[in-house]
Write a new protein. Structure first.
Length: 414
């Protein structure tokens, strides 16, 4: 069932959250896989009028516009409420269809059957429900459904495990950075925490706080060879394609990683035309529009690659390569994230400028010995993250190859 008409859930009907209010579930719930997303509520009176659109645990919500194939199963303990007009609610008869099988089937079905059935391989909205209902489908027995779902779920579980591991590794490196360069409790020459054991500090007028004695304040622009941003291929007359040069967009940069499953692709000709923003290993990428300040370091395995106008790249001079990991940590630190995300709060269209990135300040010891030691300790963390990402890419490719074969019966689970 698709959500109610927009006129039934207009903003003028929304009320503050309370014990007597009912939640209006929106697409953000599906995209973020989080039932707590959203702050729209309606009164009990309006809820009773729209109760046929109500949700309950186990319902599968599907985005009816935007990214096709996105779905989310509502967990136990959700707030009572209804879906809005951009969502579709599906309740599975589990005596005929395995729920996990359905989720995989639907992802394949929308992209490979439903869209093509209505004459378009890429469309901004799902086909009308009446059109979907008219299409005949053939599904295997419930036993075979469970077998297929088991195979695909195992791949998904491993992909999810690798992502979770990378998040934990990122958190480990962040904690170490905070301990060494925010609290200044890096190991001194005797292996003791510097500031805690009385290491000399001095007040810095630029940062308006104390830093270790003998340390200096520098800017990213002091050591950068290049600070630039990419281009939208369409402005140069190029389109995206299924394969080719990797193209990094804002959605690709998350938790310090470049998510390869979100990469787009451009032709070699487009890459040549966008020469200035061709990526190199150890470039630092920073999102400057949309989700501000997300950063990642470019690794060799995604190259050749390019990026768009919403992503800036910072390339350090060759002799300052030892600062790449450290500056990435500076940009990703909690204090810098707050600064970057609030730097243009008055602008209607929030974005960061290249000069703002160049003006990012950081502290360094005179010979960078502490920074180099930090890099030595965190390098294995970075390498393990890259290994996990490459495995995620391989498993995702395998899953996406198996999915249509299993769904149309070309491959059978023994």
């Amino acid at each position: 069932m698709r959500g109610p008409f927009g006129g039934d859930v207009k903003k003028e009907f929304f009320i503050p959250k309370s014990a007597y209010a009912f939640k209006v579930y929106e697409q953000g719930v599906v995209y973020n896989k989080d039932p707590n997303i959203g702050n729209y509520y309606i009164s009990k009176e309006r809820y009773e009028k729209l109760k046929r659109f109500a949700v309950r645990p186990g319902d599968i919500l599907i985005s009816g516009a935007g990214t096709l194939g996105e779905l989310f199963e509502l967990p136990n303990g959700i707030e009572e409420g209804i879906i809005n007009q951009a969502l579709i609610r599906i309740r599975i008869n589990e005596s005929f269809v395995d729920k996990e099988y359905f989720k995989f089937y639907f992802s394949w079905y929308v992209k490979e059957v439903a869209c093509k059935h209505v004459g378009a391989s890429v469309i901004p909205n799902l086909p009308p429900l009446e059109d979907l209902k008219k299409i005949d489908v053939c599904i295997p027995s419930i036993t075979d459904q469970k077998k297929i779902a088991s195979v695909l779920s195992a791949l998904d579980d491993k992909i999810a495990l690798n992502k979770k591991m990378n998040q934990k590794l990122e958190a480990m490196a962040k904690r170490l950075y905070d301990y060494w360069f925010v609290q200044y409790d890096f190991p001194d020459k005797n292996g003791h925490p510097y500031k805690t054991t009385g290491g000399p500090m001095t007040y810095n007028e630029v940062l308006k706080r104390e830093i270790p004695e003998g340390w200096e304040v520098k800017k990213v622009s002091d050591y950068a060879d290049l600070i630039t941003k990419g281009t939208t291929p369409s402005t140069l007359g190029f389109d995206f394609q299924d394969t080719g040069i990797n193209f990094v967009k804002v959605e690709c940069i998350e938790n310090g990683q470049i998510l390869q499953e979100n990469l787009m692709h451009i032709s070699e000709e487009a890459n040549v035309a966008m020469k200035r923003s061709q990526l190199r290993s150890n470039d630092i990428l920073v999102t400057i529009a949309g989700r501000l300040g997300s950063a990642a370091i470019v690794s060799e395995h995604i190259l050749p690659a390019n990026t768009n106008q919403a992503v800036a790249l910072i390339r350090m001079k060759k002799e300052y390569g030892h600062l790449v990991n450290y500056i990435y940590r500076v940009i990703s630190s909690s204090s810098m994230q707050k600064r970057l995300q609030g730097s243009n709060a008055q602008s209607i269209q929030k974005n960061l400028t290249l000069p703002i990135l160049g003006d990012i300040e950081f502290v360094q010891d005179s010979n960078c010995e502490i920074i180099k030691r930090f890099n030595e300790i965190t390098k294995p963390i970075f390498l393990r993250q890259q290994e996990n990402i490459q495995e995620i890419t391989r498993l995702t490719a395998l899953r996406d190859k198996l999915l249509p074969l299993l769904m149309n019966g070309q491959v059978v689970v023994g």
